[in-house]
Design a protein around this ligand. Structure first.
Ligand code: FAD
Length: 289
């Protein structure tokens, strides 16, 4: 199923993100976690590509498993900044041949050891154009940043380039994590005003342990509301309490999004079936409404 068909159903939906194993030795345990999440039958699952040190070669294998064995639509991520045109072409063909219909087209983070030579793909828009030119009939997604991308000078510029990505062929956008929904509402207002009309899927990260916070903020530059900081101050040193509080906070964010007209929410479930299950069961009646 193409995700555009899902979004056109005009129903509340919840989806989950997983990432491939960092090393071959943990492949089986990651696969098991992914399958436990797939058994929850979310509206779709996304599989990252090399993010956070995950091995990109397993992305397709995991995306295929989700689709073929659990009948859950899958979204395979693909990055381009460290790739040649040949590698990208080959990846596009492999994704198509595996029967995956949805691709998240990303630039990827610039390698810290990048030397003088400019990358072949400078921005995600170059990848989106190549995917469209390949003739493969994918539903293409792109990333967006309610609190602007860390490399951007200002939001106006960031939104101008975002519009370019959409015009090049993105059918939907998924957001970077955020912890204050007002930032999302503000961003939506601005991008709609700039003429971006495709569905925007908010990405929610449940923070379930105190160690995760520093990394999450470093990666995303997200603003931490006082309400969230108080929760970490109070429960951060008790793993079970922090997990419960983090799940409750993410659930509360999602309910507020649904209540304010958002239909599709994506959860950065980080290969944690128990977290995915808890959030989904917290929302069971809401998702049926
Ligand atoms: P781009 O859209 O290229 O934007 C990057 C920067 O360049 C922005 O500042 C933008 O304003 C600017 N820009 C864009 N186009 C132009 C242009 N034409 N001229 C000048 N400037 C321009 N990383 C992974 O490695 N694997 C993953 O699976 C992964 N999944 C992600 C999923 C989501 C939903 C999000 C939000 C991020 C994900 N990332 C992933 C991280 C992502 O790769 C990084 O945030 C990366 O730094 C930017 O990727 P992008 O596709 O947004 O880039």
């Amino acid at each position: 199923m193409k995700l555009t068909e899902l979004f056109a159903q005009n129903k509340l939906s919840l989806s989950f993100e997983v990432f491939p194993p960092k090393t071959d030795s943990v492949f089986e345990s990651v696969k098991h976690a992914v399958e436990e999440i797939a058994k929850l039958h979310p509206s779709f699952m996304s599989v990252t590509y090399g993010a956070g040190g995950g091995t990109s070669r397993y992305t397709l294998e995991i995306a295929k498993d989700i689709k073929q064995n659990y009948n859950v639509p899958s979204l395979a991520h693909l990055t381009c900044v460290s790739s040649t045109r040949e590698t990208v072409r080959q990846k596009i063909a492999e994704i198509r041949d595996a029967g995956i219909e949805n691709v998240m087209a990303l630039r990827g983070d610039l390698p810290s050891d990048m030397t003088g030579e400019a990358p072949v793909y400078r921005h995600a828009v170059d990848l989106i154009r190549d995917i469209r030119e390949s003739g493969a009939d994918f539903c293409i997604g792109g990333a967006c940043y309610p609190e602007i991308h860390p490399e951007s000078q200002n939001q106006k510029e960031d939104i101008r380039y975002l519009k370019e990505k959409v015009d090049a062929g993105c059918s939907f956008l998924t957001t970077q994590m955020f912890f204050d929904n007002n930032l999302l509402y503000n961003f939506l207002y601005k991008i709609r005003e700039a003429g971006i009309t495709v569905p925007v899927i908010p990405g929610i990260m449940p923070i379930t342990n105190a160690n995760q916070i520093e990394r999450a903020i470093k990666l995303s530059g997200s603003f931490m509301p006082q309400r969230f900081k108080s929760l970490v101050d109070k429960f951060g040193s008790s793993p079970a309490a922090m997990k419960q509080a983090g799940i409750a906070y993410a659930t509360d964010q999602i309910i507020d999004l649904y209540a304010n007209g958002i239909l599709n929410v994506h959860v950065y479930s980080m290969n944690k079936p128990d977290v995915a299950e808890k959030i989904q069961s917290n929302l069971s009646d809401i998702l049926e409404s």
